[in-house]
Ligand binder design. Sequence first.
Ligand SMILES: C[S@@+](CC[C@H](N)C(=O)[O-])C[C@H]1O[C@@H](n2cnc3c(N)ncnc32)[C@H](O)[C@@H]1O
Length: 215
Amino acid sequence: MPRSPIRRPPADLDLSAVLRTRDDLPIQINSESVFGNGQPLEVEVGSGKGLFLTNASQSTPEHNFLGIEIQQKCAEHAAGRLAKAKVGNAIMVCGNAEPLFEERIAVGTLEAVHVYFPDPWWKKRQRKRRVVNETSIANIAKAIRPGGRFHFWTDVLDYFEQTVEMIAQIAPELGVPIPEEETEAQHDLDYHTHFERRSRKYRIPVYRVRYEKRG
Ligand SMILES: C[S@@+](CC[C@H](N)C(=O)[O-])C[C@H]1O[C@@H](n2cnc3c(N)ncnc32)[C@H](O)[C@@H]1O
């Protein structure tokens, strides 16, 4: 399937309020340290072009949103989307999510973690590169507060089944997978993420679940 090109935001668009690197972030990442308030914090791993982060931060202004994206071009594109929308409760971080979860996010502090359409790494020998793996599941489960959520959507059945199995074994405190509904798109960008849009346009099945951490 083709991937549409990522455009850099216009050079005169100021990204300083919405784009950070790992080194610009406070040692401990939480709402107080990053946004200067105590609103619940939601983190998205692998934000791509930033459609989810932009829509979620606008529809839920009482929460803060932090997107982590390893590819600089994508992180800049997503930050451009946030800057154009003039949201004050979301930022993009350009970097690898794994060490941030390992070292910089305290136990039980996140309202939600979102992972949508992570890269599939189809070949068996490449699977250790998957962003949802035994280590990241343990870290994500630890970071979420009791009652908080983990959302995982993919169009790769094998990735979906492995993740559900790993969570049951490694992080039973996340509870059981709760199916999430597909909603009817009202316009061409009315999708949860760009990859959801792409899968649905090519009529590829999407597997969507949410977990709610037990108290
Ligand atoms: C297939 S894309 C999906 C993007 C978006 N979630 C969507 O659904 O449209 C997966 C994204 O995860 C990013 N990614 C992969 N590994 C990552 C990591 N360790 N930390 C942060 N982002 C990562 C990739 O650069 C890519 O943009």
